[in-house]
Design a protein around this ligand. Structure first.
Ligand SMILES: *Cc1c(COP(=O)(O)O)cnc(C)c1O
Length: 397
């Protein structure tokens, strides 16, 4: 059976050109760039090149790029640095819809003497910028707001956010893991202090990321040890993956136009086709300001997990908007923050495309999914007039 992979916000296929670029560093060129001998030392210039490629993709200077092990490490490092370079400031502002790489750390910090403000979103997943303005205090160390949401694809107005935050002299971090490679991101025009990106979301392998740190922003390392990354991130460089990330960033810039035309057209066709074929369905989130590859579609009266299972039977990979924990299906924190009605939130499916998707992929979903939803609805205990009164329905998983 063919795999129809529509879960690119979870992870992506390594581009064959990226694999080719990294291969020598897993075979012949295995030296340590810190070594005194030429065999190791020659690897260093490839890291220099990768740093230039990553910097170019986001309009940064190469010395503003740190290589990390993942997007999560980049997020954690930015928050750690902001708090440790401004010890007297104990307040953090973030949003209710961040990735766990930010959200869970901030929640942890609240138990360690820090205060947090979580900005809410409206029904379309949009921030209220007045709420942001009012939340900034004298002791705010950092504002951390994601560039694009991984579940809905909603893009936050980063330029306006940056203007508000920097006017008040507060450090700003953006988790741009979902944005880089899909929409233009340019720190030369966007005054953020920190920006996180991750390799495996843009066709590089898992286990490599980068953090942009603006020149002049005070920095405190998260990992201490050797002098790698000019003392800002210790640990022997993951040379193969760093080279891969550089190549992936270069390819992302080259393929950006396709992302915003062909991939977007595929996404739009998939979305429109599903809404037309399946009654009681809707799109979650702001469709005006959204990544070109993502759609979160809610199907009323069905459980996302059941949809995923039946789609899996046809080789279709997507994600649901719920996380099944301890026998109860909790809709995702993102859909809950948006106030998506219970009967829709449970049946929400995220489709996320990439440049490796084809017309046939979309056609297959449009053929297979409507009968799946119909079948599940015929079995569902939660049909019209039978809305569940209590909170959570029993979990079928
Ligand atoms: C995937 C993702 C991350 C985490 O990146 P990893 O490299 O998997 O740690 C962080 N933020 C967002 C928005 C993501 O989608």
């Amino acid at each position: 059976m063919r795999t129809v992979y529509l879960d690119n916000n979870a992870t992506t296929q390594v581009d064959p050109e990226v694999l080719e670029a990294m291969m020598p560093f897993l075979t012949d060129l295995y030296g340590n760039p810190s070594s005194m001998h030429r065999f190791g030392g020659q690897v260093g210039r490839h890291i220099v090149q990768a740093r230039e490629q990553v910097a170019a993709a986001i309009g940064a200077q190469p010395e503003e790029i740190l290589f990390t092990a993942c997007g999560t490490e980049s997020d954690n490092t930015a928050i750690w640095s902001a708090l440790h370079s401004q010890k007297e400031k104990k307040h953090i502002i973030t949003t209710r819809v961040e990735h766990p790489g930010v959200l869970n750390l901030v929640q942890h910090l609240e138990k360690r003497g820090y205060e947090a403000t979580y900005l809410g979103v409206d029904a379309k997943g949009r921030l209220d910028l007045d709420e942001l303005r009012e939340a900034i205090r004298k002791d705010t160390a950092l504002v951390s707001v994601m560039y694009a949401n991984n579940e809905t694809g909603v893009l936050f107005p980063m330029e306006e956010i940056a203007r508000i935050v920097k006017e008040r002299g507060v450090q700003l971090h953006t988790d741009a893991v979902q944005a880089v490679g899909k929409v233009p991101v340019n720190v030369a025009e966007l005054p953020v202090d920190f920006l996180a990106l991750s390799g495996h979301k843009l066709h590089a392998p898992k286990g490599v990321g980068a953090l942009y740190v603006r020149k002049g922003t005070p920095f405190r390392p998260f990992l201490r040890g050797g002098h790698q990354e000019r003392g800002r991130r210790a640990g022997t460089e993951n040379t193969a993956s760093i080279v891969a990330l550089g190549k992936a960033c270069e390819l992302a810039a080259m393929n950006m136009a396709e992302e915003r035309t062909r991939v977007k057209a595929l996404r739009d066709r998939l979305e429109a086709g599903l809404l037309a074929a399946i009654p009681d369905s809707m799109v979650n989130g702001d469709t005006e300001n959204r990544l070109p590859n993502t759609t979160s579609v809610a199907f009323k009266y069905v459980e996302g997990e059941a949809i995923l299972l039946l789609m899996d039977g046809h080789g279709i990979c997507a994600s649901s908007g719920s996380a099944c924990t301890s026998g109860s299906l909790e809709p995702s924190h993102v859909l809950r923050a948006m106030g998506v009605p219970f009967t829709y939130a449970h049946g929400s499916i995220r489709f996320s495309l990439s440049r490796f998707n084809t017309d046939e992929d979309v056609a297959l979903v449009l053929r297979e999914l409507p009968p799946i939803i119909k079948r599940l609805r015929d079995m569902s205990p939660f049909r019209e007039g039978q809305e569940p009164k209590g909170e959570k329905p029993a979990c079928g998983c």
